[in-house]
Design a binder for this molecule. Structure first.
Ligand SMILES: Cc1cc2nc3c(=O)[nH]c(=O)nc-3n(C[C@H](O)[C@H](O)[C@H](O)COP(=O)(O)OP(=O)(O)OC[C@H]3O[C@@H](n4cnc5c(N)ncnc54)[C@H](O)[C@@H]3O)c2cc1C
Length: 460
């Protein structure tokens, strides 16, 4: 019988297991699919393993840095290339010095915005927030719709695949909410953020592992197993019951279920499975979890012959697309240009990936693989103003329910889940559904869940 069972082998669950193992706790990790990693995943394309899920670690947050330090793995950083925004039919340089698209100098947005739109942003207006407001409503009230439509939306689309006018400011960018509550200018807020970022301009912002970020789950699993932790794939956890002071998990097929007992459990699963497991113990938490919506998306990666691609595919890291223009792709990453490790590893291929799909737009993905692949290529060619060569190979990865949406009321919902969990000794939750969808936030939430369980285990 393990001390702790971690349910879910994404980066949050693996981080929880890693933290527990390092404290000498006997851990069993159960992952329902045939592979660990969750949203970190690799596939082979044109002879090279590439990331087809998450690809980039925000290096300025400490959680990811701490984990790779602990693991003694080397990281590598992107090339110093700028990105673009494909807006109104042209590629514009991505404005610098913005806070998730809030400009520190609105006059620098000319070109991307019309003169009238720039003038509206320059003449910032005070806004009022009553409780939880959407990021889009606060920013458009202050700086006009165009700043939201053409700058904030594409940047938020990159993180949440969501919509600025639906996402909660207090859950996604609390400093905006606080500035509005104090009556402070959003331009000044972005300006202070830009100054702070400028002070750290020599520190890399993002990182990956040589070989891709999708290597991380495998490395963690290897280290866990080497330290006698058990990591099982193909193990669906179907039910969670309280038996005395312990937890009993029902695992596997309904016809021949396996029962596993443990002193404590971490549920590091997306909100729907967590609701199924936690709901019977606290109906309020169950319905709060069920109310968390997810965005589905697809990543298409194209491998082109190195000599065949236009220079616009190699002189920048990629581009973002504002939804207001009605294009099907929401972003393109010129992976071989962005990641020197990839360019060196596959020197005769140029990899480019595009992402499609936003929150509540699942219908746009309900089409054949061929259609999505062709749509991505057509948009890519249109953005670059050229007919692209035929890719040598193409890979499509669908991510149904890929990213949780922190909609209005998110923090209340999470508060209800946290209160329910506090009342259930030996149980913790972790993962992207709660306080951050990025990998460092998920690592942090797994680590915290593990640390919260330690006093419970030592009392036992
Ligand atoms: C396409 C895409 C690209 C992204 N790019 C980036 C990026 O570049 N940088 C970044 O910081 N973030 C990125 N993100 C976000 C980030 O990758 C995720 O939010 C994060 O990896 C989620 O980790 P997690 O452990 O919380 O959940 P998951 O990765 O979803 O893992 C949960 C695991 O639980 C398992 N599970 C579910 N139910 C059960 C059950 N009943 N029993 C057992 N196991 C179960 C699942 O199979 C899954 O493996 C991206 C997300 C997507 C979808």
């Amino acid at each position: 019988m393990p001390d702790v069972v971690v349910v879910g082998g994404g980066v949050a669950g693996l981080s929880a297991a890693w933290t527990l193992m390092q404290r000498g706790v006997d851990v069993l990790l159960l992952e329902s699919t045939d592979r660990v990693g969750g949203k970190l995943r690799q596939a082979e394309l044109a002879g090279q393993l590439i990331d087809v899920g998450a690809e980039s670690l925000l290096w300025r947050r400490p959680e990811g840095r701490r984990l790779v330090d602990d693991l003694h793995v080397r990281v590598t950083h992107p090339a110093q290339l700028s990105a673009s925004i494909w807006s109104r039919g042209a590629l514009h340089p991505m404005p610098t010095g913005t806070l998730m698209g809030i400009p520190s100098d609105p006059s620098a947005l000319s070109g991307l915005l019309t003169p009238a739109e720039v003038a509206r942003a320059v003449a910032e207006r005070p806004v009022e927030s009553s409780g939880d407001s959407s990021l889009g409503d606060l920013i458009s009230g202050a700086l006009g719709d165009a700043v939201v439509d053409r700058l904030v939306e594409p940047l938020l689309g990159g993180v949440y695949a969501g919509h600025a006018r639906l996402l909660s400011a207090s859950a996604c960018l609390p400093q905006v909410n606080s500035a509005v509550a104090r009556g402070d200018s959003l331009i000044s807020l972005a300006s202070s953020a830009a100054t702070a970022a400028g002070d750290r301009r020599h520190d890399p912002v993002f990182a990956t592992l040589p070989g891709g970020l999708g290597q991380l789950p495998g490395i963690l699993t290897e280290r866990l197993r080497a330290a006698s932790a058990v990591v099982r794939t193909g193990a669906v956890v179907r039910a969670l019951n309280r038996v005395g002071t312990r937890w009993e998990l029902t695992v596997g097929e309904t016809r021949a279920p396996e029962r596993i007992c443990a002193d404590a459990v971490v549920l590091a699963t997306p909100s729907a499975p967590t609701a199924r497991l936690l709901g019977p113990h606290d109906a309020t938490a169950g319905s709060a979890l069920t109310a968390i919506e997810y965005a589905s998306m697809a990543i298409v990666t194209y491998a082109f012959g190195r000599g065949d691609v236009p220079s616009t595919m190699t002189d920048r890291s990629g581009f973002l697309v504002p939804p207001v223009d009605g294009q099907r792709i929401k972003a393109a990453t010129f992976s071989s240009a962005k990641w020197p490790w990839l360019s060196e590893a596959a020197s005769d291929v140029t990899y480019v990936r595009v992402s499609l799909g936003r929150h509540r737009e699942e219908v746009s993905l309900q089409t054949s693989d061929e259609d999505l692949t062709a749509a991505g290529l057509a948009d890519l060619g249109a953005a670059l103003g050229t007919t692209l060569p035929r890719p040598v190979e193409t890979h499509l990865q669908r991510w149904g329910g890929g990213l949780p949406q922190y909609l209005l009321g998110h923090q209340d919902r999470i508060g209800r889940v946290r209160r329910a969990v506090e009342a259930l000794p030996g149980l913790e939750v972790a993962g992207a559904a709660y306080e951050g969808v990025g990998i460092p936030a998920c690592i942090g939430s797994g680590t915290r869940a593990a640390e919260m369980l330690l006093p419970h285990l030592s009392h036992g």
